[in-house]
Write a protein that binds this ligand. Structure first.
Ligand code: FDA
Length: 535
């Protein structure tokens, strides 16, 4: 791994955010005869060239093909579990066969679309006793745009960048509300919610899903009308991995202006950064819906980054009216097409062609740990000052991202989809990226992230701490089996589950009981079936 001076790496992280129980667990052990049976069952319907076992020369390269986080870079020498088999499906029938064979031979499945899970759950497990196959959907990534209806069918294996590019290629005034990182997979993103620069205007990705094709635990291929309301509700924010395999999604493309405006304004801590962030907390969620203004805090500065659906002149007026203290003026503006703004949000520059959105290549080169939270009442200036002096002066300090809600986000009922966190001012992420190998670096970075999370307790969401499931965090808790049973414990899962889903957790568990009562689709934080006693 190249050794780049720390300061440059920190800057890179700021600009290129993306390119960047010990208790009894619900482990499942597949015997070698189960695995042999599974393989022979698969081979009846799936070409051998799409089935990889560790004996295959290409196994490792297929395994790492979408791995982002070196913490979960599993090799035969690590204590983590890696898959027994990888099935690289190229058609929905392969997904059906894999599910049917998995159930028949007791081999659990982890579905992987873009591989961006913060805790690697789509392809690895820190529990060395877990045995599973990976169903890789990267090849199921066709995108069909129906421009006359402003809708698209998109395969789960497509990336957000591919979707943005295809939407804009069909019509430059089509956009889609989803995350700021173009290599994130549609499958995991939409099934977990999907927040991004258009969410204040149009809600989450999941709020814009019109239909979906799912393979359920029986291996049936279902669409919106055949899967029923409950399952359709659950897969739009409840995390797809617990309920089936979502093969493709029909989404609503949303209108964006022909020209949008972005800016990125840096303010140093010893200038006005603390005062500006303190004010930003109330201002940003109340801005007009056409304006998204996030803050990235790192080292000794705060970077205010905006997307505005309109021209520069109108943005300057809006900023003067709502946030004069930032001092935004016309020279700060960069006008461009919406699709180019998605490039800007990832790469921090506007001179790259939109085709970079089609780059799927993944070469894991950094370690990642993220914790996240939500804020309901603006934190006082002295709290920001003390966070900065206690935490952000340390060499291992991470990037802090503040993303405003309000607008459409706040006008959707918390029970309309499994994502319940609609009424907060903003979400925050402690996003630690590092490049050094070894336990010392790992412990230092992890304890920074955990320490600042603890320190913020008085100021952030409470009862429970509210966490967005797409920002997966295994510190919140992991699943265990029911005493003497072979399904995940509901009582234990509530510990982490209500942080992600609040009251929707129970409804998700009820859906799980209906569609996967035997708990075939499971991982460390999958939704458990709701026990009869809890109904
Ligand atoms: P991956 O393939 O790892 O799947 C994630 C989970 O979903 C796994 O449990 C997996 O089994 C399950 N799953 C995947 N495909 C499925 C399918 N087809 N059917 C059923 N289950 C399926 N989020 C956000 O809201 N806004 C943002 O701006 C960003 N930015 C961002 C940047 C970077 C660098 C990373 C690493 C992550 C983000 N995220 C994000 C978080 C991202 O939305 C989240 O990790 C998604 O689950 C990733 O989806 P993938 O398909 O890539 O992941």
């Amino acid at each position: 791994m190249a050794r780049t001076p720390t300061i440059i790496l920190h800057l890179l992280v700021t600009l290129i955010v993306c390119i960047l129980s010990s208790a009894r667990t619900s482990s499942s052990s597949a015997s070698s005869s189960d695995v042999d049976g599974f393989l022979s069952c698969l081979s009846a319907d799936i070409p051998p060239s799409l089935i990889y076992t560790p004996a295959n020369n290409n196994f490792s390269s297929v395994l790492v093909s979408s791995v982002r986080n070196l913490r979960y870079y599993v090799t035969p020498d690590t204590t983590m579990s890696r898959p027994l088999v990888i099935v690289a499906a190229t058609e929905p029938a392969h997904v059906q066969t894999t599910v049917v064979c998995g159930r028949r031979h007791s081999v659990h499945i982890r579905t992987r679309s873009g591989g961006h899970d913060y805790e690697g759950l789509s392809y690895a497990s820190v529990d060395p006793h877990r045995h599973f196959a990976v169903l890789d959907l990267a090849a199921l990534r066709a995108i069909h745009v129906d421009a006359s209806r402003a809708e698209a069918w998109v395969g789960s294996g497509a990336t957000l960048g591919e979707l943005y590019y295809a939407a804009a290629a069909a019509n430059s005034t089509f956009g889609f509300p989803a995350g700021n990182c173009p290599t994130v997979g549609v499958g995991g993103h939409l099934s977990g919610g999907g927040f991004g620069a258009l969410s204040r205007k149009y809600g989450l990705s999941a709020d814009n899903v019109l239909d979906a094709v799912v393979v359920d635990a029986e291996g049936r291929l279902l669409n919106r009308s055949t899967m029923g309301k409950d399952l359709f509700w659950a897969i739009r924010g409840g995390g797809g991995e617990s309920f089936g395999v979502v093969v493709s999604w029909k989404v609503r493309l949303v209108p964006v202006t022909e020209t949008v405006t972005v800016f990125s304004i840096r303010r140093l801590r010893n200038e006005s950064a603390v005062d500006l962030i303190t004010k930003w907390q109330a201002i940003a969620p109340a801005l007009p819906r056409d304006l998204y203004l996030r803050v990235l805090v790192q080292n000794q500065q705060a970077n205010f980054v905006a997307l505005f659906l309109g021209r520069c002149g109108s943005l300057v007026d809006t900023m003067r009216g709502h946030f004069p203290d930032l001092g935004m003026t016309e020279p700060d503006c960069q006008e461009m097409s919406w699709v180019k703004s998605t490039v800007f949000f990832n790469y921090g520059r506007a001179d790259l062609p939109a085709e970079v959105l089609l780059n799927r290549s993944s070469n894991p080169y950094y370690y990642l740990k993220v914790k996240s939270d939500h804020v309901q009442e603006a934190m006082p200036g002295h709290a920001w000052e003390s966070i900065w002096s206690n935490w952000f002066e340390k060499p291992e300090a991470a990037l802090l991202m503040l993303d405003p809600y309000g607008g459409r986000m706040g006008s959707i009922s918390p029970s309309a989809t499994p994502f319940p966190h609609r009424n907060y001012l903003y979400q925050l992420q402690f996003y630690s990226v590092w490049y050094e190998n070894g336990t010392a670096a790992l412990e230092k970075r992890m304890s920074w992230v955990r320490g600042v999370y603890e320190d913020l307790t008085p100021y952030v969401s409470k009862n429970p701490r509210a966490v967005y499931v797409n920002y997966r965090d295994l510190d919140l808790g992991t699943n265990e089996l029911e005493e003497g049973g072979n399904v995940t414990s509901y009582a234990k899962a509530r510990v982490w589950g209500e942080k992600y889903f609040k009251a929707n957790f129970k409804r998700l568990a009820a859906v799980k009981s209906k569609v996967d009562p035997h708990d075939f689709f499971r991982n460390e934080q999958s939704i458990p079936p709701l026990p009869a006693a809890a109904k």
